[in-house]
Design a protein around this ligand. Structure first.
Ligand SMILES: [Zn+2]
Length: 384
């Protein structure tokens, strides 16, 4: 057996595979500057074990790919990387709910055919070595804890703010998956019970307000209806942190009040209680990045939507802080690149929601696009 570790990332629209080697005699500098990892091919974990990234491949999957296609393509990708070597172990990040204990993928929200696939055993059989499979948020949390912005911090929540909002806990230095492996679903905690309808059937979830596609949908629905148009305020809620007001948004906004009118139109297909796919902005390819860019360019509606998302996320983090008291929140995903105003509002709302005695910090993720692969290595080498 060769001393290489295989890391796989089933990312929904792309597949990534990498091979790592464990370094016995490491002389890597323990660099406190997290940007180190963005370019480095090696990383030292908190326990002084080092791993080198030897090679990495990515492929984009066709829109009509199913689970069988993805699995075959991933195995081919891995075989190409290994070049005949046998891995010591295979770690997998999967973009969807996973029953870690059984090594079974529950389903994918993006790719059909993943229902109850025993991915761990399939890969263990394929490569003749131990395998471990977990969902992408848990894997990223472990990766940040071992190699990234969470080194030396044993109680943390990693949150990805991207096409969805998901989270993974590390508590006492170990992954905390909860009963049934469903811990960390901060995206579907509620920031505003009178808010717009979420894909999960509830209103005002953190994900409904803070994720890229939903912000884009809200913004797309508002373009052409600028503030003051048709006598309607596009966002009844006052801007959090804006206009010199230090207080968080009241539920439902000032005009609606408790149980008041939904402040934004509901672009969701399906209906109440229906779990549907993520929204798409009709006729456009608008994304969360477009909202952030419009906000940066001075578009007030975009700014309000972006900061409302930051506020909602901050409320979710503050509630999580009150409940679990972690030392650090690590935020990754595309929306976290929205700029300083976004970060300031997340931190302000979190601090305003948490009790004064509950302290924590909120920092950017360090591992970037390769986080799932580093996390898959951490998954193999973390006791749980
Ligand atoms: Zn929800």
């Amino acid at each position: 057996m060769d001393d290489v570790y295989l890391a796989l990332d089933f990312g929904g629209t792309k597949l990534s595979a990498a091979i790592f080697r464990k370094e016995e005699s490491a002389d890597f500098t323990d660099d406190a500057d997290y940007s180190f990892f963005k370019s480095a091919k090696s990383a030292k974990s908190a326990d002084s074990t080092s791993y080198s990234l030897l090679d990495l491949r990515r492929v984009v999957t066709p829109a009509d790919a199913d689970a069988a296609y993805e699995l075959a393509a991933m195995i081919a990708l891995a075989r190409e990387l290994l070049g005949g070597r046998q891995p010591a172990a295979v770690g997998v990040s999967f973009g969807g709910p996973v029953d870690f204990a059984r090594g079974v993928v529950r389903l994918s929200h993006h790719v059909r055919g993943w229902e109850n696939v025993p991915l761990r055993d399939v890969l263990a059989g394929e490569f003749g070595c131990p395998a471990a499979v977990d969902n992408d948020a848990n894997v990223a949390a472990l990766g940040e804890h071992r190699f990234g912005a969470g080194r030396g911090v044993d109680d943390l929540l990693y949150v990805t703010v991207s096409t969805g909002v998901g989270g993974g806990w590390v508590l006492g230095g170990r992954p905390w998956r909860g009963h049934g492996g469903m811990a960390g679903e901060i995206g579907h905690t509620v920031a505003n019970p009178a808010g717009p309808l979420c894909l999960c059937g509830k209103r005002g979830c953190v994900e409904r307000l803070a994720s890229g596609p939903y912000m884009a949908a809200d913004y797309g629905g508002r373009v052409g209806n600028p503030p003051g148009g048709r006598g309607e305020d596009p966002l009844p809620n006052p801007l959090p942190g804006g206009e010199g007001t230090p207080i968080p948004l009241p539920p439902g906004g000032v005009r609606g009040g408790f149980g008041g009118e939904d402040p934004l139109p509901n672009p969701l297909p399906g209906g109440e209680g229906t779990r549907t796919s993520l929204p798409e902005v009709e006729g456009t390819a608008m994304t969360g990045r477009d909202v952030a860019e419009a906000a940066a360019a001075g578009d007030e509606v975009a700014r309000a939507i972006l900061l409302r998302g930051a506020w909602a996320l901050g409320v979710g983090l503050g509630n999580a802080a009150n409940l679990i008291n972690p030392q650090r929140f690590i935020l990754g995903g595309g929306v976290t690149k929205a700029g300083e105003a976004w970060w300031a509002e997340v931190r302000r709302a979190a601090a305003a929601t948490a009790l004064p005695e509950v302290s924590f910090d909120i920092v950017p993720a360090a591992l970037g696009d390769d986080a799932p692969l580093w996390g898959a290595i951490a998954l193999l080498t973390t006791d749980d």
